[in-house]
Design a binder for this molecule. Structure first.
Ligand SMILES: Cc1ncc(COP(=O)(O)O)c(C=O)c1O
Length: 379
């Protein structure tokens, strides 16, 4: 039974991508096994150069995962007790966790219901709350949720006016753009993840930081390697061990070669969903000048859990990103929340539903998902 006839569908079809890339992947993996430079092998530098060129920035600094890609720039800026970092509540936990690990305080802000992203206005409410709580507002971490780059023109302008710095959490959005400028160059610092299910995913953990700032790039390269100076036995600052493995870098170079094409196809899949899903489903909105990386295709729907259960019974997998906003999580309940509360984040947690989204989703399979959705919302 094929997917169109009613077999269980994959949520993300990594096998189809692997088949497409198999000869190149085999060659790349065999090459690394043969030279044996598993740590800091030549493939790491090659991939860092390719990624920087792809994003149109001076530096890409590979690291162990997307969480470290957020943590390392906070370390570079010396964040600590008394500092506030504004983060959305409607995101993956890593965005806030790294702030707490530095000793600084996350201040949770709300998101826009249509784009799922923070706005400059929501950040303003966070700055006011940080000051009210006696904290120094030092940084903002907008998240490009589900692949859509946030409104960096407005956010960067606010950060400049307030003397704050911005780290774009682009774990989900690498490959996207705003007004022709690719993610990586939209903020001074951009952090991304190569978790396997991300648009540019490897076969394990991996991450990278992108920047045009030469001094910051040098600090980040030192921080990811135990705070090394001329080598790792010359320790000029306190750092961590966070490396992108050579094998993962070799795999990522293969995947980057087809990434532009995959992003284009993801856009086509999303446009087709937008045009064909029934009107009782609220489809995602993106900015006119934006290309989303469509890490997730996320709709809003009433009676979400019943709809998801109905789809599951039909062999159609879905996911809920995210079922509980961070300000309501046990570990994060004690941190400040922007004045006015986070009503949108709380509502979205009850309504969001992500549908299968990947560049290998053929039209017949997509039609089956759309039909499944139509009958599930009418059940
Ligand atoms: C928004 C966001 N930030 C950070 C991360 C952390 O990335 P990683 O899992 O590679 O540490 C993820 C992904 O898992 C994410 O979705």
């Amino acid at each position: 039974m094929n997917a169109q006839q009613g077999g269980a569908l994959p949520f993300i079809d990594l096998a189809a991508q692997r088949e497409r890339l198999q000869p190149g992947l085999n060659e790349a993996i065999a090459r690394v096994l043969a030279h044996g430079g598993f740590i800091n092998g030549p493939e790491v530098k090659t991939f860092e150069r390719e990624l920087a060129d792809f994003a149109g920035v001076a530096h890409a600094i590979g690291c162990g995962n997307g969480t470290d890609a957020l943590y390392l720039p906070l370390l570079a800026h010396g964040l600590g007790a008394g500092d506030a970092v504004l983060v959305p509540s409607f995101t993956f936990v890593a965005t806030a966790e790294v702030v707490v690990l530095t000793g600084a305080t996350p201040v949770f802000v709300d998101v826009d219901a249509d784009t799922f992203n923070v706005t400059a206005d929501s950040m303003k409410a966070g700055i006011a709350e940080a000051r009210r709580a006696g904290l120094r507002p030092r940084a903002m971490i907008p998240v490009d949720l589900f692949g859509l780059p946030a409104d960096y023109d407005a956010i960067n302008a606010l950060a400049n006016a307030e003397g704050m710095f911005v780290i774009a959490d682009a774990a989900q959005s690498i490959g996207g753009s705003r007004a022709g400028h690719r993610v990586g160059g939209l903020a001074t610092i951009t952090s991304t993840s190569f978790f396997p299910s991300k648009p540019l995913g490897c076969y394990g953990d991996g991450g990278a930081i992108l920047t045009n700032d030469d001094d910051l790039a040098e600090q980040l390269r030192s921080l990811r390697a135990h705070g090394g100076g001329k080598d790792k036995y010359d320790n000029i600052r306190v750092g961590v061990n966070s490396r992108l493995d050579t094998l993962q870098a070799a795999i990522l170079s293969c995947k980057l070669a087809i990434f532009e094409d995959e992003i284009r196809v993801r856009g086509r899949v999303a446009a087709r969903y937008n045009a064909s899903l029934p009107s009782d489903v609220t489809t995602p909105r993106i900015f006119n000048d934006a290309v989303s990386a469509w890490a997730q295709y996320t709709v809003r729907v009433k009676k979400r859990d019943a709809v998801a259960a109905d789809l599951k019974a039909k062999g159609i997998p879905t996911a809920v990103y995210y079922p509980k906003p961070l300000h309501l999580q046990q570990a994060y309940r004690g941190f400040p929340v922007a004045s006015g509360g986070l009503a949108v984040s709380e509502r979205l947690a009850d309504e969001v539903l992500s549908l299968p989204m990947h560049p290998y989703l053929d039209e017949a399979t997509q039609d089956r998902i759309v039909e499944g959705m139509r009958s599930a919302v009418n059940a």
